[in-house]
Design a protein around this ligand. Structure first.
Ligand code: ADP
Ligand code: MG
Length: 394
């Protein structure tokens, strides 16, 4: 296994007289044995990035290293990588065994016995030994994806490259395969670059996550770093579900002025926001699970009208309307709010983020305490958990 480094990688495509910059000056250092997830919206350059590492695309600029070797000019077949795609691309007329052997027979000098050994070992690992003599059409989607993984594993590559490998599976199987892939990774300790557009997949699978937008790296960090310390608005809203609330505000020194609500800043806020000038336009961010419904008026508390209530069982997702815009709150499943209700909600001082109104860069990120660090992440798991730590600052 090997460390993999992208240094200033840029990929331009010429198409119909136009230049598309698919990957723009991308630098990432993927550690030996790490599971790195590359995530971002459709068209942001994820597949192109992976293909440059595989050697399926040349780079326009920059350097790619695998282990100690500069592989920038090395052909795909001479890079010791294995790629797994969304479409399994199995040979229909070959058996599972035949599919798993084929790459090794064609591209390596390995003897028959060694190939047999590797195929059987990988089949065991993936729990597909029973399927070795079947043909792909006799397999379910999940089984076919396991075979595609098996074909990658037998190559014993320096790096696994996976491009949305679970996208063709139904939701339940996808969740199961996520867990299996992680267990496999723990076992093989293989350096893996995993591409997905799904932030939940990224959050649950990645040792670290690299967020891309328009071919540019937005941030790379652990799931918790991205969740609690997003470096910009794009990362803040892309990571987490429902998305972070972001509302326009003006910095007024003592307060953030929102339409119809003056948000009182604490001493800590004021220190952290000292680079701002009065009148600067900012965006106030707060995650849905951090919005707190309260009975009494108080600091950083204002009144909303509930416009939509989505019961999820374990929690309710409530859309709250205010002069300054909409705020989504996730509240406990047993807390009753009805459409049209007037409700009071507090935006706790230690849970807000402030972003620059122009560049979108984070000026201030919420406090991250030991209690908030583990457990509470995006997707369905969010909600309620962090509220215990939400004591308001004076
Ligand atoms: P993603 O995998 O994140 O959805 P891609 O890497 O496939 O994104 O594409 C990034 C951008 O590069 C898109 O704008 C896409 O249209 C463009 N692109 C990808 N491949 C080619 C190509 N062979 N020729 C021209 N443009 C391409
Ligand atoms: Mg893609």
């Amino acid at each position: 296994m090997a460390r993999t480094t992208l240094d200033g990688v840029t990929k331009r495509f010429e198409s119909g007289g136009d230049t598309v910059v698919a990957v723009d000056d991308l630098s990432i250092d993927i550690r030996d044995g790490e599971f790195l997830v590359l995530v971002g919206p459709s068209g942001c350059g994820k597949s192109t990035t992976l293909r440059t590492v595989a050697g399926l695309e040349t780079v326009s600029e920059g350097t790619i290293r695998i282990g100690n070797q500069d592989v920038t000019g090395v052909k795909a077949k001479d890079r010791n990588i294995a790629m797994v795609f969304q479409n399994y691309a199995l040979y229909p007329q070959k058996t599972v065994r035949g599919n798993m052997r084929f790459g090794l027979e064609m591209a390596t000098e390995l003897g028959d016995d060694e190939i047999t050994r590797r195929v059987e070992e990988a089949a065991e690992l993936l729990d597909i030994t029973d399927l070795l003599d079947r043909r792909p059409r006799a397999l379910s989607g999940g089984q076919q994806q396991r075979v595609a993984l098996g074909r990658a594993i037998v190559r014993d590559p320096d790096v696994f490259l996976m491009d949305e490998p679970l996208s063709n599976l139904d939701a339940k199987l996808r969740t199961q395969m996520r867990t299996e892939l992680q267990e496999l990774h723990d076992e093989l300790e293989a350096t893996t670059v995993y591409v997905t557009h799904d932030q939940t997949e990224a959050m649950t699978m990645g040792d670290r996550i690299a967020v891309l937008n328009h071919g540019r790296l937005q941030q790379v960090g652990t799931p918790m770093e991205l969740y609690y310390q997003p470096e910009n608005e794009f990362v803040a809203s892309f990571i987490g579900s429902p998305s972070m609330n972001l509302v326009d505000a003006t910095y007024e020194g003592e307060t953030l002025a929102l339409d119809g609500f003056d948000y009182a800043l604490t001493e800590t806020h004021r220190e952290q926001l000292s680079s701002l000038s009065r009148g600067d336009v900012v965006r106030l961010g707060i995650r849905p699970e951090d919005v707190e419904l309260v009975d009494e008026p108080g600091p950083r508390t204002t009144e909303f009208t509930a416009s939509i209530v989505e019961p999820m069982g374990n929690e309710n997702v409530v859309h709250l309307e205010h002069e300054f815009g909409e705020v989504v709150a996730t509240i406990g499943g047993s807390q009753v709010v009805r459409q049209g209700d007037r409700v009071r909600a507090r935006l706790p001082a230690d849970h807000i983020h402030v972003f620059d109104g122009g560049s979108g860069a984070a000026v201030f990120n919420r406090t991250r305490t030991e209690e908030t660090a583990p457990g509470v992440i995006g997707g369905g798991e969010a909600g309620g958990g962090s509220r215990a730590a939400g004591g308001d600052a004076p």
